[in-house]
Design a binder for this molecule. Structure first.
Ligand SMILES: [Zn+2]
Length: 416
């Protein structure tokens, strides 16, 4: 089972938008670019919503059948570990093995010695084709990186083998993620980590490092775009080097856990992919849920009322809703409109505050981020929410497809 050059991770919190999401990949195919859909949903999301991974699989299968999609598609057990992987084993065929919590835990000193002893080739200057910057690895850096990451890689090996025993070798796509941690990994660290992953015999096809800058949920990148570009170029070069030197799968590529809507770095990703003739897995999350709210608000009537009700409740419960996402949101409370104000809004006022159009003066990133983490409110409303999604399917689907295609797929994979 092989992941193609271009793939997009889509989140579908309430399992109602798989068809609208797949339509976006079909639009890409119509202009000659294959973008493979991967439906991702983390254990955290399933727990907050009260859903099972099998529901994501059922929705994906149904969408693929309804639209006659003949290319591959996957269901991603997003950010799993040894304690959460089990219920994902049957329905998923893509596993994001999250070992961020194990970074910095000390590996057995003997295994660090062995690793350092077996990798003298990493010490020195590594230069790459098509990249000006070089990577310098000193003996001290090699040892320090092993001390910081080897335990996490060993843990990834345990999780990988648990999945392999259950599903069979080669019958799923393994990814390792290290993005949910404090410090970005440098390209030098990435090369060392990849060599350890190869030693651990984990045939990863995607790797999700943490990049510098902030990747807040549902809003644009905050950071130095030029620095991000050069870091990404070196990461891509490091991946190619690791494929050539350590026998990792030849389609190994970066997975960018974007938190959705990182518009200001999308062109840099497109350019780097072209420069290195490589691909990317662009993981989005939550952007579709916000399009559901936009669609409901646009529909007016009961839909608009429910959108306002969800905002009012999210506003009342903001501390509780924001807590699990504290490190990946930046909400300015002074910029949050009161529920009373919002209750008087028209469809247009609501959608232009929420829709991620940075050229619109009404766009309000604090409002958007609060609703981004507010999906628990819709989950609690339950049947009434789902009923309105179904009643307003056409207007919601249009927003979901257009958002995914025009704001994500086109800039990253088509360059416009
Ligand atoms: Zn992630």
């Amino acid at each position: 089972m092989t992941l193609s050059r271009f793939s997009i991770g889509v989140g579908d919190r309430f399992a109602h938008q798989a068809k609208a999401q797949l339509e976006a990949c079909i639009l890409a195919q119509q202009v000659g670019v294959e973008v493979i859909p991967v439906w991702n949903k983390s254990n955290r999301e399933h727990t907050i919503i009260g859903s099972e991974p099998s529901s994501t699989r059922a929705a994906a299968d149904a969408a693929v059948k309804a639209l006659g999609w003949s290319k591959p598609y996957f269901c991603d057990a997003d950010h799993i570990n040894l304690t959460t992987v089990d219920r994902f084993l049957a329905p998923c065929d893509f596993f994001t093995i999250d070992v961020a919590d194990h970074i910095g835990k000390p590996a057995d000193p003997a295994s660090i010695d062995t690793f350092v002893g077996e990798h003298p080739e990493l010490i020195g200057t590594i230069s790459f084709e098509r990249v000006e910057q070089k990577i310098e690895i000193t003996p001290e850096l090699l040892r320090a990186t092993a001390a910081k990451f080897l335990f996490a890689v060993q843990e990834a090996g345990k999780i990988y083998r648990r999945i392999e025993v259950a599903k069979g070798k080669g019958s799923f796509i393994p990814e390792i993620s290290m993005d949910e941690t404090d410090a970005a990994q440098t390209p030098a660290e990435l090369i060392i980590i990849l060599s350890a992953i190869a030693d651990e015999q984990i045939p990863i096809q995607t790797i999700a490092p943490k990049f510098s800058g902030r990747f807040n949920k549902g809003v644009d990148y905050v950071g130095d775009v030029a620095q991000f570009s050069s870091e990404m170029a070196l990461d891509m070069a490091a991946i190619r080097y690791a494929v050539e030197h350590y026998g990792l799968p030849s389609n190994l590529k970066l997975s960018v856990h974007s938190g959705s809507d990182k518009f200001s770095i999308y062109f840099a990703i497109y350019e780097s992919m072209n420069k290195f003739s490589t691909g990317v897995h662009l993981k989005t999350a939550g952007t579709t849920w916000l399009e559901e709210i936009i669609g409901l608000a646009e529909a007016g009537g009961d839909g608009l009322s429910l959108a306002k009700e969800i905002y009012a409740q999210a506003h009342d419960h903001s501390a509780e809703l924001c807590a699990p996402y504290a490190t990946v949101i930046d909400i300015d409370p002074a910029r949050l409109p009161t529920p009373t104000t919002v209750s008087g809004w028209t469809s247009d006022q609501f959608t232009s505050a929420l829709r991620h159009d940075q050229s619109s003066p009404a766009y309000n990133p604090s409002f958007r981020q609060l609703l981004h983490v507010g999906f628990k409110i819709a989950a609690k409303i339950g049947r009434r929410y789902l009923g309105l999604l179904e009643a307003n399917e056409a207007v919601i689907a249009k927003n979901v497809t257009e958002n995914l295609y025009a704001r994500h797929i086109a800039p990253v994979f088509l360059g416009h």
